[in-house]
Design a protein around this ligand. Structure first.
Ligand SMILES: [Zn+2]
Length: 323
């Protein structure tokens, strides 16, 4: 069973809103674009592994996606955790392209792409650390964990994986996502003893889901050029900002495109960048709307929760507003 699904990360949504509305002539835009590209690639790699995991029989396991668990004064993150009666298995997915050279002697991963050589932290070591943090967390909550195994999935089919020192750990722990079906059964042979009952497996799962804290970066701490960031409703056709609202539709001044619900994305961006609450006046300012009653009508038609009355009323995203 799936104990926790993978959701589209808030961190990526925030980066998308930043890049969409960033002043085009500000040199820092490229940094945010690069970061967004990297985060999207990572997410895509995780989804690729999910796809292959869905094809295995998981009636006797609990699969938890995307965990971020507080420990001491920090957090540890696990892309995928599989709870079986015999062992726990952490799978970290990497979606790097290019030639990936594992050099475990100094815990290095070298990536060569377009003749550029980059050093990355050793993902085997990273995953091993996650395993010890997971063990510490469970023990702290009086749950006795079975052996914890860990793997590194390479999701990018274009990647060329190299293990020049023929290191056994590398060949044992690193694999291509498509191979996950064949990677898991050997762990049952390695750990033949069934140690957890269904109830105990669920208990571990529950404890982790309860402790999970999603990563929501604060745009206020990013030194963003808020005064120069684009406001208004973006045209879905030509991407220009500042559509006009007439007779129940948004119309683009530039290309003439008409869209009824284009304010939805603008309001999402507002919440992501400025915080989870908006008044009728702030909504009108941001959307460039004149009429209070039009704003009220638009706000009433979205999945929002409201608090207060009259001018003091604020609207916040409802449960499924970002879906
Ligand atoms: Zn347009």
């Amino acid at each position: 069973m799936i104990g926790k699904t993978r959701e589209y990360p808030k961190e990526i949504m925030i980066l998308e809103a930043i890049v969409r509305r960033f002043p085009p002539d500000d040199f820092r835009k490229a940094d945010f674009e690069k970061k967004l590209y990297r985060k999207r690639a990572g997410y895509k790699g995780e989804k690729t592994l999910d796809y292959f995991l869905e094809q295995i029989d998981h009636s006797n396991m609990v699969i938890l996606h995307d965990l971020r668990i507080p420990i001491n004064s920090t957090h540890f993150q696990i892309d995928t955790l599989i709870i079986t009666p015999h062992f726990l298995l952490i799978i970290d997915s990497k979606n790097l392209a290019g030639t990936l050279i594992f050099l475990p002697e100094f815990n290095q991963l070298i990536r060569i792409q377009n003749e550029i050589e980059e050093v990355f932290p050793d993902p085997i070591l990273q995953t091993k650390i996650q395993a010890s943090q997971l063990r510490a967390f469970l023990e702290k909550h009086h749950l006795t964990p079975p052996p914890i195994e860990y793997l590194v999935a390479i999701s990018n089919t274009q990647a060329l994986i190299k293990n020049p020192t023929n290191d056994k750990e590398v060949s044992y722990r690193v694999f291509r996502s498509a191979n996950v079906t064949f990677k898991i059964p050997p762990f049952y042979n390695k750990h033949p003893q069934s140690l957890l009952s269904k109830t105990e497996m669920k208990k571990i799962s529950k404890q982790l889901v309860k402790a999970h804290v999603p990563l929501v970066p604060d745009p206020k701490s990013m030194n963003l050029p808020f005064d120069n960031m684009a406001k208004g409703v973006q045209c879905p056709a030509c991407e220009a900002f500042g559509m006009d609202y007439h007779q129940g539709k948004w119309t683009c001044k530039g290309c003439g495109h008409k869209a009824a619900a284009a304010h939805l994305q603008a309001l999402r961006d507002y919440f992501l960048l400025y915080g989870p609450s908006i008044t009728n006046k702030q909504f009108r300012d941001y959307m460039k709307l004149e009429s209070t009653s039009t704003a009220k009508r638009l706000l009433a038609c979205m999945d929002l929760t409201s608090l207060g009355t009259n001018k003091g009323r604020t609207y916040s995203p409802g449960k499924n507003f970002f879906d």
